[in-house]
Each structure stands twice: as C-alpha cells, then as structure tokens.
Design a protein around this ligand. Structure first.
Ligand SMILES: Nc1ncnc2c1ncn2[C@@H]1O[C@H](COP(=O)(O)OP(=O)(O)OP(=O)(O)O)[C@@H](O)[C@H]1O
Ligand SMILES: [Mg+2]
Length: 164
C-alpha cells in the first residue's frame, strides 16, 4: 500500500554514537507504539538504531540482531516491541507463520530491518528511516506517514530544528 508521506528530514550521523543519539531522541515519540521500517544497506546501522531505541525505552536484556531468529520480542512495562530482520526472507509468503497481525496491535512497536523483503505482507509503516553509508559515517532520512500525526510533528518541529 502506498501511503502519503512527508518530505523526509535528513540527519548526518558521523559515527555510531550519533545513531544511538538519534534513537534516544526518537524514543519518546515511539513510546506509544507504531511501525518503523529500517531501510539501508548491510552495515548501515539498522540494528545499532534498534538496539539503542530498545535501551532508551527501558529494555534491560541483551538486544541481539534477529538476523537468524527473524524476530525477537521484548515485553516492556507499557509496550511490546517486535524487532524483525527480514534479510534472509526470499519471498514475503514465508512470513505467514510469524503472525503478522500482532505487529500492529495497540501498544506495540515494530521495528523492521529489510522491510523490502516482506513487501505486501507487512503492516503499513508509521515511520521510515533510510540509512546510508557516507564516508566513515552514515546519513539518515526520516519520513512519517501522513496518518502518523504525532510523529510528523515530532520530525518537523523537534528533530529538524535541533542539532543531532
Ligand atoms: N552513524 C554511524 N557511523 C559509523 N558507523 C556506524 C554508524 N552507525 C552504526 N555504525 C556501525 O556500523 C556497523 C554495522 O551496524 P549494524 O549492525 O547496526 O548495521 P545493520 O544495518 O543492522 O546491518 P545488517 O544489514 O547486516 O543487519 C557497526 O559496527 C556499527 O557500530
Ligand atoms: Mg542488522
């Protein structure tokens, strides 16, 4: 499904600590749940972002990359977080067993690495984060779905107007 999106907000992430800070800044805007697509090449920082976001939301257990398990679940006091990595999915049909309905239940936050591999089988996104290699660092482009009102205003009013 193609959803109307805002103009992306671009942010420089010169080192991994900057990726962590971005996740920390976004955490309050995602604490109520949502669906986040984490796009970007191998090693662009998707898991780094997800791990820092989980930490900022209060996860205390080890956050491992779901590259092999496909999905990891974190039960936080007020939120269930699903972290998916679909890199190894060859066909979106392979996702049926995952019970994708749970992913956009209320009070759940779903972080999806390699969402392109699940195209058509995933819940619609609220926030897209595109990470790119830029020299030794990375750049991020963030865009929120038109329906995700609070995220939209967070991106344009808070994130865009402050330094990373
Ligand atoms: N902004 C950044 N600048 C430089 N290095 C970074 C940045 N963000 C993350 N890294 C580093 O990039 C490496 C790969 O990060 P990470 O595993 O998060 O990538 P990924 O996108 O999840 O990769 P994959 O596609 O394999 O899942 C790590 O060593 C991490 O510390
Ligand atoms: Mg990863």
């Amino acid at each position: 499904m193609v959803l109307p999106m805002l103009e992306p907000v671009a942010i420089d992430l010169p080192d991994a600590a900057a990726t962590v800070r971005l996740a920390q800044r976004l955490a309050p805007a995602l604490a109520g749940g949502g669906v986040v697509y984490l796009e970007g090449d191998l090693g662009s920082g998707k898991t780094t972002f997800a791990r820092a976001l989980l930490r900022a939301l209060g996860a205390s257990e080890r956050v491992k990359s779901p590259t092999y398990s496909l999905v990891e679940r974190y039960e936080l006091p007020a939120l269930t977080v699903w972290h998916l990595d679909l890199y190894r999915i060859a066909d979106p049909g392979e996702l049926e067993w995952l019970g994708l309905d749970a992913l956009d239940a209320p009070a759940s936050l779903t972080l999806i690495e390699w969402p392109q591999r699940g195209a058509g089988a995933l819940p619609p996104l609220d926030l897209r984060i595109e990470l790119r290699h830029a020299g030794y660092g990375r750049t991020a482009r963030l865009s929120a779905a038109e329906s995700a009102q609070s995220l939209r205003s967070f991106l344009t009013n808070t994130l865009q107007k402050s330094d990373s």
